[in-house]
Design a protein around this ligand. Structure first.
Ligand code: ASP
Length: 316
């Protein structure tokens, strides 16, 4: 789908995958609901699948040896941040000024959370968000300084590490054609580990051609990312403003908690009420407290990877 086609595409049928608990652990990840950008169209479907499979494998290996859901989602997201095909870390979407400002958050099921917005220095924003959670008394830092990032032991990079040629071409095209619908994408992962804990991590460059300083749902706990043991972990992608207004990730957990809904029903209702009914587009990956996996989107496409009984399922 081209940039123009997306700008005029009406919403939206929800596509949903619902996989019953299997191994005692579960992992699902997404690579954004914005679709493949035109400027990357020379990249084959196989390259996206390879990136998703690598990220899934990194997280799954941790879960399979009894590691934590938090470690697994961070490892999966790190892989996607390092892959220039996805809108997070290297290859992230550019702001109106042609720069990169990155947002990320992590949450584990026992109620700890960390987030960063407008991050410019950390190579892997997901681990910076995790450091906010583990190494500071705070939850959410905006525009963290290079000194802080380096002081916490994170690799720092210059802007030109993040900025890729296809993203420069994408921005030029959006600005030249004055496209109304900004292009988006985000990466994220949810997991349940064999100890029964869940976690979620989400990371993004935001919307292509967004104003400097614009922050979407990705680093906002409850909107683009949420985890609570016994209920669910959710990681979202799509039009961030709608996810914030609808408090989408938490709305799903709240339906389970207060209405006793199943995960599939909760996801279906939240997407219908908070996205489709508001003419907004996006999707999410989620895992229930019992390890059930539900993946859904009302956008035309969403990159995602998860396992069902027959093995790895990839949506591209
Ligand atoms: N939700 C992200 C944002 O609004 C973008 C995306 O997921 O496509 O920043």
């Amino acid at each position: 789908m081209s940039v123009n086609e997306e700008a005029i595409a009406p919403p939206r049928t929800t596509k949903l995958w619902d996989v019953a608990p299997q191994n005692g652990f579960a992992l699902a990840l997404h690579g954004g609901a914005g679709g493949q950008i035109n400027e990357l169209s020379q990249e084959s479907k196989a390259s996206f699948e390879e990136g998703l499979a690598l990220a899934h494998g990194a997280g799954r290996a941790i879960l399979a040896r009894g590691g934590s859901a938090l470690d697994a989602v961070c490892a999966a997201v790190e892989q996607l941040e390092n892959n220039p095909l996805f809108n997070a870390g290297r290859g992230a979407a550019l702001t109106t000024d042609g720069e990169v400002e990155l947002d990320a958050s992590v949450m584990d099921g026992v109620g700890r959370a960390g987030a960063i917005a407008a991050s410019r220095h950390a190579k892997n924003p997901v681990y910076l968000a995790r450091s906010v959670m583990e190494r500071s008394p705070h939850l959410f830092l905006v525009s963290p300084s290079e000194e802080l990032v380096a002081g916490w032991g994170h690799e720092t990079v210059e802007q030109d590490y993040f900025i890729t040629e296809p993203r420069i071409r994408q921005l030029a095209r959006i600005q030249e054609l004055r496209l109304a619908a900004p292009r988006h994408g985000t990466v994220g992962a949810v997991a349940r580990d064999s100890h029964g804990h869940v976690a979620a991590a989400t990371s993004t460059g935001g919307m292509a051609n967004q104003e400097m300083g614009r922050v979407g749902d990705t680093p906002i706990i409850g909107a683009g990312n949420y985890a609570r043991d016994g209920l669910a972990a959710v990681s979202c992608t799509g039009e961030g403003e709608a996810f914030i207004r609808g408090v989408v990730a938490y709305d799903i957990a709240a339906r389970i908690r207060y209405l006793g809904s199943g995960l599939g029903e909760a996801v279906t209702q939240t997407i219908a009420n908070e996205l489709t009914a508001k003419d907004a587009s996006g999707g999410l990956v989620s895992v229930g407290g019992d390890g059930r996996v539900v993946v859904a989107h009302n956008s035309p496409t969403m990159f995602a990877a998860f396992e069902d009984r027959d093995g790895l399922v990839m949506l591209t």
